[in-house]
Design a protein around this ligand. Sequence first.
Ligand code: ACO
Ligand code: HSE
Length: 348
Amino acid sequence: MPSQDSRVFRLPRPLRLENGAVLPRVEVTYHTYGQLNPARDNVLWVCHALTANADVQDWWAGLVGCGKYFDPADWFIVCANVLGSCYGSTGPLSPDPTTGRPAFRNFPLITIRDMVAAHEALREHLALARIHTLIGGSLGGQQAVEWAVQRPDVFDNLVLLATSARHSAWGIAFNEAQRLAIFADATYAADTPAGGAAGLRAARAVALLSYRSAEAYGRTQTEPDEDKLADFPASSYQRYQGDKLAARFDAYSYVTLSRAMDSHHVGRGRGGVAAALGRIRARTLVLGITSDVLFPVAEQQLLARHIRGAMYAEMDSPFGHDGFLLEAAQITHFLARFSTQTYAYEPA
Ligand SMILES: CC(=O)SCCNC(=O)CCNC(=O)[C@H](O)C(C)(C)COP(=O)(O)OP(=O)(O)OC[C@H]1O[C@@H](n2cnc3c(N)ncnc32)[C@H](O)[C@@H]1OP(=O)(O)O
Ligand SMILES: N[C@@H](CCO)C(=O)O
């Protein structure tokens, strides 16, 4: 039976953040699955998206698990919760060692580079000199591409799904609309663990519009009774999805992580996006989703154009952006091609 393990790693020293603030104590919760082989060349590192956790076998069950493309019988799989999240790594609800209280709204601005710094410390702690494959979608892809730019010597293969080199104005605007919903909830200012829950519910309903597609709503949420005047399924779906997130996440982490996404820009301080992506040495697969309105395929094409030798493919999916979580069969297909073929992206 392949082994599965959940642990907490405490960074040996305070973490200076990109904005100059210092987190005196940083913990990273991570899962591992399977065993490191004697050659230490079977490491898969998965970077999760906005509201997921380190248990990749749970949220990416179509890709990671017994009999799946990434089978723990073959791979040593690592997935670590991001800094700022509420799933075990240091975040706004963690007790601040200087006050003993959570920082809530005063938790400092975290960037994608800060997330990478925390996970880079974990990689060193685990003594993983080389990573066979680094994979991530959405915010996880932003983390993966940033990491591959920073440490071209570490990653042999890089797989980026539904992500970008720089968070777009459109994406930032979506995030700001969600934050406005949270700030409009008076309980957010109370700085309690449940503060802003109603705002978070509305924020998730807004976010969902960017994660799915008009086609998906039409297919799954169209009211069959043409005489009906109110109380449509699409409305209850929005409410249900808001409730579902509010029951498992907190508004302070949500604001922190959405701001981190906004900060994402691999070219910052590096002479621009093209120069930064040009540093990557990993064999790279970039996967876009045709119906993704949040990270349109043009953003994936830009990544593939500037990462040397990158393979590029598009998945057709009715799920929109969330296709990177749901289209396991298509992702498996392209991963299999990627593992056996070498060809570069050629712009049409
Ligand atoms: C601790 C943790 O849980 S963290 C790990 C889980 N989360 C993550 O990893 C984050 C990433 N995952 C996700 O964002 C999502 O889970 C996805 C994208 C993978 C799938 O989204 P889902 O919400 O499961 O799928 P979908 O959009 O089809 O909605 C189905 C749900 O809506 C409900 N629903 C569908 N239509 C309606 C409607 N008209 N009215 C009310 N509810 C409805 C269904 O009953 C179903 O409920 P359930 O989730 O309780 O089974
Ligand atoms: N549905 C994803 C966000 C989109 O990347 C999540 O909740 O993590």
